[in-house]
Design a protein around this ligand. Sequence first.
Ligand code: ZN
Length: 352
Amino acid sequence: MKWSFKLARFFDIDIYIHQTFLLLLLWFGFTNYQRHGTFIAALEGVLFIIALFACVVLHEYGHALTARRFGIKTKHITLLPIGGVAAMEKMPEKPSQELLIAFAGPAVNIIIAMGLYMILQMTPTIDQKIPLSISNSWLINLLIVNIFLAIFNLIPAFPMDGGRILRAALAMKMQYANATLWASNIGKLFAILFTAYGLYSNQYMLALIGVFLWLGATAENKSTQFKHKIKQLSIQHIMIKDFTILRPDDDLAIAERIYQQNLQQDFPIGDKSNISHVLSFNALKTALQHYDKSTAINTLSLSEVLTVDIDVNIQQLTEQLKQSPYKMIAVKDKGHVVGIIGIQQILSLADL
Ligand code: ZN
């Protein structure tokens, strides 16, 4: 992200901090100094903001490490003046996973608040022992802020955590794209409320959060609907219709010539009514290095082909491919192979 610099790295995830965040620290130090007139008060204010954002970082790690359990990597965590963002590589597929990932953030704040409560219970006279900044009221404020963070993030305002929980809950009952539409409309409603109330009560940070919420809800709904539409497309929109089928006894020289003529990368093997195997581009390259060009392709190690009907859509196809090592899909219509789809082609769509 622009205007950010790397602060630290924990659990293989970089933490970035936005430069405007430093302005926030200065501003807090300054206002605290103005209010109380002492350097210690200014320092206490700054330390409080640092502690608060440390809690925000832990909140984001709650999301990131839960996502990791489901095989989803987090590219980085960025701290902005309005909060933290954990940039995940993709969204979880199962609603139950999204629900747990979303809830893990606020759960961290609840745990921190409980920890602070226990510390306060155990050391009622902490004030006398540590004279500088860590006073009871400082800890109490941090506890309150953590409870606030948990509650605020659990407001069902998509794409905030509560909104993601709502989307996940809806997605258990309806289609994911519909659930996203509902959640994002509710998110936009909250966005209007936040901004209106923020402006009315001079809480400009809340107003700003409302604006970001609106933009976030709009963008994420748009991309979800787009991906949904693509996945509903019939595979005939993405299949390659112009291709050459090799016979099992054809040799490497033929495959090489076809590649040079029309850049066909994968070579289905069989005939128009049945494609049994595929010679992938990589396998062809390796074979050309190690074998004579007169070698028949059926003596090489070939990959399996999945044959599907032309009515299948992209979503159904990606689901079929999940459990299997197929390198190519042959598309059949009325008993004839009318198209082929390379595995890379379909995987890039499946990642959507
Ligand atoms: Zn969160």
